[in-house]
Design a protein around this ligand. Structure first.
Ligand code: UN1
Length: 504
C-alpha cells in the first residue's frame, strides 16, 4: 500500500515549497503528523485577491460553453485521481474510505452537471408593454467568489462552488478549514493540471488561501470579493453574514442542521432503521445533514428505540475503527474539542434522558491520540431546548409523538432548517410532511443525509438560506441584468403610459 508521504507527494507535487512551521496538520485517525504548512500573510492574501480580480476580467470574456470545457477536464482528472484523493480525504478528516470515495464522486458529478449548465446560462425574454421594445433578463459573471469550507466535506463543497462559479465566468478563492488544508492543496494541484491541459487559463483563476479564521475574515471583508460562500457553524455564518452585508456583498450560507426523521405508525422499518443508522452514525455524525432527532409514533416508540439500541450496540462492538480499513463504518471524531462537545451534550441531556446507550470514548489503546466514540442513542419523553443546538457528533435523540401535526410541530421547533425526512407508507402523511417541514430538504422514505448533487442543497432559518450545487443554484454566482431595448424609428414611448411632451 502507498505510504502517506508518497500519496501526498503524488497529489501535491509542490508540497516542499508550501511547507513551513505555521500550520501542523494531524490525522484524526491516529494523531500522527501529516505535514506542516506555511500560511498566507495579510499581504499575500491581498495579492491573491488582486490576482483573482485580474483573472476574472480575462475569464469572463471566454464563452460559457468553452469555460465548461475546463470543468470537463477537471472532472476527468478527478476521475483519474479518485482513489488517491479519497484516501487523502480519509487521512485528513477521518471519514471512512467508502465515504471519501463518495465525496470525490460528488465532485465528479458536479463537474458533469456544471458542464451542462455552461450551455444553459439562460436568461429571459420578457414581453414589453411598449411598442418596438424588447426586454431581456441577462445573467452575467459576478467576480471573484470567496469559498470558506469546513473539515467534514473538505473537497466536495469546494467543488460545488468552484465548478459552477467557473462556468459562470467567475474566479475563485478558497479558504479551506485549517484542519484539512492538504486535501485542498491536492485539489489546487489537480485544478492546475486541468488549467494547463486547457491552455490559456488566466493565472490565479482558482487559488487557495491558507490560514486561520483571520485569513477567512480578510477575504470576507474585502469589497473586491462580491460573493462569499461559507459552509460551517451557525456561529461562523452569523459573523460572515453581518460582515459581508456591512459592505453590501452577497453571502451564500450553508450552516448548521438539526435534522430529524419522523417515523409514522405505517413506516416500513426495514427501510427506516438502515436510513437512521447511515444518517446518524455515518461520517461519525459529522455531516451537516446527519440525523440528530428521530420522532417516532408512540405506538412503535419502544420498538424503534430498542431496535436502534441493538444496532448501536452491535456497531459499537464491531464497526468502529480505522476508517481506512474495509468494514469500518464509524471512524474518529475530528479532534478533542469535538469529543468534548459530544460529552458536554450528553451531560446536559442526562437529567432528561430515559435511557442512553453509548457515548463513551473507545479504541484508546490502539489510538491513544485520537478520538473514537461509541455512537449514542438517547431516549427522551419529549423534546426540550436542551437539544436545540447542533452537536457535531453521533448522538441520536429519539422522541415520541401522537399526531402527525404534533410530529411536525416538534420537528420545526428547532432553530435550524436544513434536512428532514419522513418514513411512512401513508401518502397523506407524506404529503402533509412535505407541505409543513420547514427545511430546505424534505425526503420521503429516504434519510436526511446523502443528497444527490442535482437538487439545490441548503436550508432555511439558522441554516442560512443558501442553495448550492444543483437545480438553478448557478444563479447565485452571476448577476442579473434587466435590459430594455427600443428598436423603433418613432418617438419612443415611456413606460406606465406617462406623457412627457417636450416643447417642439
Ligand atoms: C455537509 O455535510 O456539509 O447530503 C454536506 C449530504 C452530502 C453533503 C453534505 N451530499 O449528506
Amino acid at each position: 500500500m502507498i505510504s502517506n508521504a508518497a500519496l501526498l507527494h503524488n497529489l501535491i507535487p509542490n508540497l516542499d515549497e508550501l511547507s513551513g512551521d505555521d500550520l501542523v496538520v494531524t490525522s484524526p485517525i491516529d494523531g500522527s503528523i501529516l505535514g506542516s504548512l506555511r500560511v498566507d500573510s495579510i499581504s499575500e492574501i491581498d495579492a491573491k485577491i488582486a490576482q483573482s480580480v485580474q483573472a476574472f476580467h480575462a475569464w469572463r470574456e471566454i464563452p460559457g460553453p468553452r469555460r465548461g470545457e475546463l470543468v470537463r477536464i477537471l472532472g476527468n482528472k478527478l476521475r483519474e485521481k479518485k482513489e488517491d484523493l479519497a484516501r487523502l480525504v480519509t487521512l485528513e478528516c477521518g471519514k471512512i474510505l467508502e465515504e471519501g470515495r463518495g465525496e470525490v464522486q460528488e465532485m465528479i458529478d458536479i463537474c458533469d452537471f456544471a458542464v451542462g449548465i455552461s450551455r444553459q446560462l439562460y436568461g429571459l425574454t420578457i414581453a414589453s408593454e411598449r411598442p418596438n421594445h424588447t426586454m431581456q433578463e441577462n445573467w452575467l459573471p459576478l467576480g471573484p467568489v470567496g469559498i470558506i469550507s469546513a473539515f467534514n466535506f473538505p473537497v466536495a463543497v469546494w467543488s460545488w462552488n468552484t465548478a459552477l462559479a467557473l462556468v459562470c465566468g467567475d474566479s475563485c478563492l478558497w479558504k479551506p478549514s485549517e484542519k484539512t488544508p492538504l486535501v485542498a492543496l491536492a485539489c489546487q494541484a489537480i485544478f492546475d493540471e486541468a488549467a494547463h491541459d486547457f491552455g490559456g487559463v488566466p493565472d490565479g483563476l482558482s487559488q487557495v488561501i491558507l490560514g486561520t479564521a483571520d485569513a477567512g475574515a480578510q477575504m470576507v471583508d474585502d469589497h473586491r470579493v462580491p460573493l462569499i460562500s461559507a459552509t460551517g457553524s451557525t456561529r461562523m455564518g452569523g459573523i460572515v453574514a453581518q460582515r459581508v452585508a456591512a459592505r453590501f456583498g452577497r453571502s451564500l450560507l450553508e450552516l448548521g442542521g438539526n435534522n430529524a426523521m419522523i417515523i409514522t405508525e405505517t413506516a416500513d422499518l426495514g427501510v427506516a432503521i438502515p436510513s437512521i443508522l447511515f444518517g446518524s452514525v455515518g461520517t461519525a455524525g459529522q455531516r451537516c445533514t446527519s440525523t440528530r432527532r428521530v420522532i417516532v409514533h408512540r405506538s412503535i416508540f419502544d420498538q424503534v428505540f430498542n431496535t436502534l439500541k441493538g444496532a448501536y450496540l452491535s456497531i459499537g462492538a464491531t464497526k468502529i475503527g480505522d476508517p481506512l480499513e474495509n468494514g469500518t463504518l464509524v471512524g474518529p471524531l475530528i479532534d478533542e474539542a469535538s469529543f468534548n462537545g459530544m460529552q458536554g451534550a450528553l451531560d446536559r441531556i442526562k437529567p432528561e434522558a430515559i435511557e442512553t446507550v453509548g457515548g463513551e470514548r473507545v479504541m484508546t489503546e490502539e489510538f491513544p491520540n485520537a478520538y473514537y466514540v461509541h455512537p449514542s442513542v438517547v431516549k427522551l419523553a419529549k423534546q426540550t431546548e436542551t437539544i436545540f443546538a447542533e452537536t457535531f457528533a453521533p448522538i441520536t435523540y429519539v422522541l415520541p409523538y401522537d399526531t402527525i401535526e404534533e410530529a411536525l410541530q416538534i420537528h420545526n421547533a428547532v432553530p435550524q432548517g436544513l434536512s428532514s425526512s419522513i418514513m411512512t407508507t401513508d401518502l397523506r402523511d407524506a404529503e402533509y410532511f412535505k407541505r409543513h417541514s420547514d427545511c430546505g430538504i424534505a425526503n420521503v422514505n429516504i434519510g436526511t443525509s446523502g443528497a444527490e448533487i442535482g437538487g439545490a442543497f441548503g436550508g432555511e432559518k439558522e441554516t442560512g438560506g443558501g442553495r448550492e450545487s444543483g437545480s438553478d443554484a448557478w444563479r447565485a454566482y452571476m448577476r442579473r441584468q434587466t435590459s430594455t431595448t427600443f428598436f423603433g424609428r418613432e418617438k419612443p414611448a415611456l413606460a406606465q403610459g406617462i406623457k412627457f411632451d417636450l416643447p417642439e
